[in-house]
Design a binder for this molecule. Structure first.
Ligand code: ADP
Ligand code: MG
Length: 271
C-alpha cells in the first residue's frame, strides 16, 4: 500500500494501484487489481471487451470510486471514505481535483467541449481550474496545437475537425494541464482506419520524450513497440504482465495466447 510520506522520494511510482475492487450492483468487475508505473514508464493494458480496462483507468482519477484498494499518484494516496451500506466516495474533493490535473485522461470519444473552440478547449481547465495566467495558457496552448499539427484549427469548433484532429486536440488539452501521468482509453478505437496513424504518431512521440503513460489499446503492434511493460487484464484480474517482447512472443497463459490470436496482431501490418 502506498504511503503518503513516500511522496517525492526516488523510486516512488508515478501511479500505484493496490488491490482495486469495483462492483456495479452485484457484478464485481475488478477483483483486486494491483499495478504500478514508474516515472517515464509506458504501460499498455490489453484485454477483451468487458474485462474492466476502462473501469480500471477511471478508478485512477476517481471517475469511478474503488470499493476497496488504494490509488496513489506520485506517492500521494487518494483518501476514500467507505462506510457500510453506502457507496464509497472521495474524502476530499480538493485532493481529487488536484490529482486529476496530474493524471489526465484521453477518451475514446475525444470528449471535447463542443461549444468551445479548440483553443478554448485547451485553456479551459488551466485557466479556470488551475487558475493560471490566461495569456500564458494561450501561448502554451498554441504551441501544443502546433506540436500535434493542428495549429490552423485553433479557432474552429470540434465538429469541424476530423476524428483524428479531434483526438490530437484532446491529447493537446490533456498536455495543457502539465500532467505527470497520462491515461489513454482506446484513443484510436473510434477513428476511421486511415486516421489511426496520425494519432498513434503523437502518442509515440510522447513516449519517446519519456512521458509516463497508461494506454488501453487494441493496437497490438503499437503496444509492442511503445510499451516498457504490458499488462493483460482478463475478467477483472491481471492475468499476465511483462516486457512486451516477452509477452507478445511467448505468452505464458492460454488466455493471453487466445486473446492475441483473436486480435490477429501478428498479421496486422505495423503502422
Ligand atoms: P472494458 O473497458 O475492458 O471493455 P469496462 O471497464 O468498460 O470494460 O466494463 C467492465 C464490465 O463492467 C462490463 O461488464 C461492463 O458492462 C460493466 N460496466 C462498466 N461500466 C458500468 C456501469 N457504469 N454500470 C454498470 N456496469 C458497468
Ligand atoms: Mg473500455
Amino acid at each position: 500500500m502506498a504511503d503518503p510520506t513516500l511522496a517525492g522520494r526516488p523510486n516512488t511510482p508515478a501511479v500505484e494501484l493496490a488491490g482495486i475492487r469495483k462492483s456495479y450492483g452485484h457484478h464485481e468487475v475488478l477483483h483486486g487489481v494491483s499495478l504500478a508505473a514508474q516515472d517515464g514508464e509506458v504501460v499498455s493494458i490489453l484485454g477483451a471487451s468487458g474485462s474492466g480496462k476502462s473501469t480500471l483507468l477511471r478508478c485512477i482519477n476517481m471517475l469511478e470510486i474503488p470499493d476497496a484498494g488504494t490509488v496513489a499518484i506520485q506517492g500521494e494516496a487518494i483518501a476514500i471514505t467507505r462506510r457500510p451500506g453506502q457507496p464509497p466516495r472521495p474524502a476530499d474533493m480538493a485532493q481529487v481535483g488536484r490529482l486529476r490535473a496530474k493524471a489526465t485522461m484521453v477518451f475514446q470519444s475525444f470528449n471535447l467541449w463542443s461549444h468551445l473552440t479548440i483553443l478554448e478547449n485547451l485553456i479551459e481547465a488551466p485557466v479556470h481550474v488551475q487558475k493560471r495566467d490566461r495569456r500564458e495558457c494561450l501561448a502554451e496552448a498554441e504551441a501544443l496545437l502546433a506540436r500535434v499539427g493542428i495549429a490552423d484549427k485553433r479557432h474552429h469548433y470540434p465538429a469541424h475537425l476530423s476524428g483524428g484532429q479531434q483526438q490530437r486536440a484532446a491529447i493537446a488539452r490533456a498536455l495543457a494541464m502539465k500532467p505527470s501521468l497520462m491515461l489513454f482509453d482506446e484513443p484510436t478505437s473510434a477513428l476511421d482506419p486511415e486516421l489511426v496513424g496520425e494519432v498513434l504518431k503523437v502518442i509515440r512521440d510522447l513516449a519517446a520524450e519519456g512521458r509516463t503513460m497508461l494506454i488501453v489499446t487494441h493496437e497490438m503492434g503499437f503496444a509492442r513497440e511503445v510499451s516498457d511493460r504490458v499488462v493483460f487484464l482478463h475478467r477483472g484480474v491481471v492475468e499476465e504482465e511483462g516486457p512486451p517482447a516477452e509477452l507478445f512472443a511467448n505468452p505464458r497463459s492460454d488466455r493471453l495466447r487466445q486473446f492475441l490470436s483473436r486480435e490477429g496482431w501478428k498479421t496486422s501490418a505495423p503502422r
